[in-house]
Design a protein around this ligand. Sequence first.
Ligand SMILES: CC(=O)CC(=O)SCCNC(=O)CCNC(=O)[C@H](O)C(C)(C)COP(=O)(O)OP(=O)(O)OC[C@H]1O[C@@H](n2cnc3c(N)ncnc32)[C@H](O)[C@@H]1OP(=O)(O)O
Ligand SMILES: NC(=O)C1=CN([C@@H]2O[C@H](COP(=O)(O)OP(=O)(O)OC[C@H]3O[C@@H](n4cnc5c(N)ncnc54)[C@H](OP(=O)(O)O)[C@@H]3O)[C@@H](O)[C@H]2O)C=CC1
Length: 284
Amino acid sequence: MEWKRVSVIGAGQMGSGIAQVAAQAGYQVVLLDTTEEQVQAGVKRIADLLARNVEKGKLSAEEREGILDRIATTTQLEEAAQEADLVIEAVVEKLEVKAEIFRRLDQCCPNHTILASNTSSLPITEIAAATKRPEQVIGMHFMNPVPVMKLVEVIRGLATSEDVFRLVVAAAERMGKTPVEVNDYPGFVSNRILMPMINEAIYAVYEGVATPEAIDQVMKLGMNHPMGPLTLADFIGLDTCLYIMETLHEGFGDSKYRPCPLLRKYVKAGWLGRKSGRGFYQYS
Ligand SMILES: CC(=O)CC(=O)SCCNC(=O)CCNC(=O)[C@H](O)C(C)(C)COP(=O)(O)OP(=O)(O)OC[C@H]1O[C@@H](n2cnc3c(N)ncnc32)[C@H](O)[C@@H]1OP(=O)(O)O
Ligand SMILES: NC(=O)C1=CN([C@@H]2O[C@H](COP(=O)(O)OP(=O)(O)OC[C@H]3O[C@@H](n4cnc5c(N)ncnc54)[C@H](OP(=O)(O)O)[C@@H]3O)[C@@H](O)[C@H]2O)C=CC1
């Protein structure tokens, strides 16, 4: 079956990026967030990035208009659900919030609709269990920034069907991505490896080993990482980093994954990184 419509739930940094690459791939997209302001902020992010691509000569002004025309917006889940072939959820990294969204999507989507989560770490099998169609639920984990990064981790839940897996791999490829299959364990592969490194960098700040600037320089100049771990943590969002560490800690029951107290403190203070204007660095 040829898919035409992709709905994206959550218009934050990941949801807006996913909506952009889906519209660039020719899908009709519906982008949803809880308020009109959030949805419009997501659309503005897409419009600005596409305008920069026009300036760079990578896209024509007509192509930009075409992509933006393919993105409709809503704040009503029923509206996002009603005609979707594929729904990709990208809301906050909390199991109870995602499970409730999947429960509602299951009720309002057509029978054929596939429900994917962009979760960074949470169990796909448990998200799927909130629906009556667990064979049509799957993990589709894009990387940030979505328009640039090539990888999509594709994660099968216990019940995910082979057909659904193949359709989702094909959709990721159509969006210009390279899908890699991984199994349903906390943090999958990407964040099981990346996030303990970031957490360790935060411990190094906490224990006074070096300043954030020095730690980032060591990893950039010494290991050729494009961003130092603390700049990357601010870029991902410190709330998201904390939720991922909590999932690893709880999921494996191993103290090596305990989140650094400084990370908790920053999140409690509302220092969420780039998106809130302050994290390990200041942005305004
Ligand atoms: C937490 C999770 O669950 C999983 C994750 O996503 S973990 C995070 C994974 N991502 C990373 O590790 C990113 C690491 N950082 C990088 O790769 C690079 O710093 C970067 C690609 C973000 C920027 O690259 P750079 O060379 O330093 O900067 P710059 O030259 O300005 O940008 C390179 C390109 O990326 C684009 N770009 C940069 N930031 C962007 C953004 N936020 N959104 C969209 N495009 C962006 C630029 O427009 C530019 O595009 P062109 O080549 O078409 O001109
Ligand atoms: N940041 C990253 O680098 C990556 C993140 N991810 C995953 O993507 C997901 C989203 O992350 P990210 O985009 O960074 O987060 P953001 O905080 O940027 O965006 C999340 C958006 O979802 C909205 N939202 C929250 N609850 C609901 C709801 N019930 N219904 C509709 N919208 C809702 C939020 O609105 P409000 O602000 O009003 O709550 C916000 O606009 C998370 O699961 C994260 O783990 C995956 C890969 C990389």
